[in-house]
Design a protein around this ligand. Structure first.
Ligand code: SAH
Length: 396
């Protein structure tokens, strides 16, 4: 039997249903497992604790598939667990006015390392752990059986796979090759998505709720949309009757897509500027020339990859938030986000508060945001919570 035996008392987190076993918690490995193998987890006293997938290369040496001794890991398991994830979301999905959403959110859905996002009838998957990789063909069959999709497309072209000893990879897994651009509906807005080459699985689905909420703050507003990607926040702002938008992103293809999205929504007659550049620099240039905005969005990429980078990231967040407060008119709104899991909500709020002080302004916290509901966080896996945001108003 392929199994690991844990060090004395190192089953504690597993008994609380946390799905990870770190290499340092393991006393011995028996049965010569290789990456992806299903493996039994025992306490030092010899009690069966859980069953998971082994990963030779990763510090997270085992990820748990099940805490039920009688539950086998086979094709039925994957079909049943994907079904469950879908059923668990039925209520949430009813409230989502979008044709694109997450169906499986990895550890939080008891499927460590597996992401399944749905864009209309195209299912885009990421296999991020050795275990998910091993069961890929079975998972593809399960998706076919449950959803009868048009296509299943893999977007495992992410560096994090290297930690599992896997190379980044992408491509069609089943069905028709998706068009270069597909159209999704996000509330009242239509958006082009490139599932084959776009960021993440094509679009930042986790920001859906924040994007949809922005319109009502934008009537007659001059809006600065920093880190705009394909312009989603800006299109929702225009729908909320914004006067003008400036989209800033370092990626020229992202801004080309943003321009297409403006046309798609028949908003060509509105004033929209596309600025390819580094937000840190662009904000400084705007400060130099005294530009001011009614609404500013700061939705940067992940600045923190490890605890060692937290200080540097904190400086980055403080810098852009301070600049944003300086460019914001009194009474104006700042939507500011952090998608770094290592940055806690408390620390983020402190950084933003310090930035307001440095900009010599007083602000209210009007609203708090987090990742969209379909990116659910299981209570036994708090690491699943990563996206946090604040809506602040500059006091008059
Ligand atoms: N707000 C977007 C998602 C933003 S993701 C949405 O709702 O869809 C972060 C974006 O920041 C990416 O598009 C990336 O190209 C861009 N980016 C990363 N570093 C940047 C920098 N220093 N300056 C400008 N854009 C940057």
């Amino acid at each position: 039997m392929k199994r690991i035996i844990l060090k004395f008392k190192r089953e504690k987190s597993l008994l609380r249903k946390h799905p990870w076993v770190f290499s340092g918690a393991i006393e011995t490995v028996k049965g010569n497992p290789v990456s992806g193998d299903t493996i039994e987890i025992f306490s030092l006293k010899g009690n069966w604790i859980a069953r998971g997938s082994y990963s030779e290369k990763s510090q997270i040496r085992v990820r748990v598939w099940t805490f039920l001794e009688e539950e086998k890991i086979d094709s039925d398991f994957f079909e049943r667990t994907i079904q469950k994830a879908y059923k668990n979301r039925k209520f949430i999905l009813k409230g989502i006015s979008s044709s694109a959403y997450r169906i499986v959110n990895a550890e939080s859905d008891n499927l460590p390392g597996l992401i399944i996002d749905r864009y209309n009838d195209i299912f885009v998957c990421q296999f991020l752990s050795a275990g998910a990789e091993k069961w890929k063909p079975v998972i593809v069959e399960a998706i076919k059986k449950i959803f009868s999709p048009e296509s299943i497309y893999e977007r495992s072209d992410v560096a994090i796979r290297k930690k599992e000893g896997l190379i980044p990879i992408k491509g069609l897994l089943y069905g028709k090759e998706p068009d270069d651009l597909i159209t999704i509906l996000e509330d009242k807005v239509r958006l082009f998505v490139d599932v084959k080459n776009g960021h993440k699985t094509g679009y930042y689905l986790d920001q859906r709720e924040s994007r949809i909420s922005i319109g009502k703050y934008c009537q007659n507003a001059d809006v600065l949309n920093c880190f705009s990607y394909s312009g989603g926040f800006g299109i929702h702002a225009l729908n909320g009757e914004a006067k003008s938008i400036v989209n800033v992103d370092s990626s020229a293809p992202a801004l080309e897509l943003a321009e297409k999205n403006q046309k798609l929504n028949k908003l060509q007659n509105h004033s929209v500027e596309y600025v390819v550049g580094d937000v840190f620099k662009v904000l400084r240039e705007y400060r130099e020339i005294g530009k001011q905005f009614d609404v500013i969005i700061l939705d940067p990429p992940k600045f923190v990859d490890s605890k060692y980078h937290l200080n540097k990231a904190a400086r980055g967040y403080k810098d852009i938030n301070m600049l944003a407060f300086q460019l914001l008119k009194v009474g104006g709104f700042l939507f500011t986000f952090s998608c770094s899991g290592l940055m806690t909500s408390d620390l983020f709020q402190k950084i933003v508060s310090d930035a307001a002080l440095d900009a010599n302004c007083e602000t209210f916290i009007v609203k708090r945001f987090s990742q969209a509901m379909d990116h659910s966080v299981s209570t036994n896996f708090p690491e699943g919570y990563y996206l946090k945001g604040l809506l602040l108003q500059k006091k008059i």
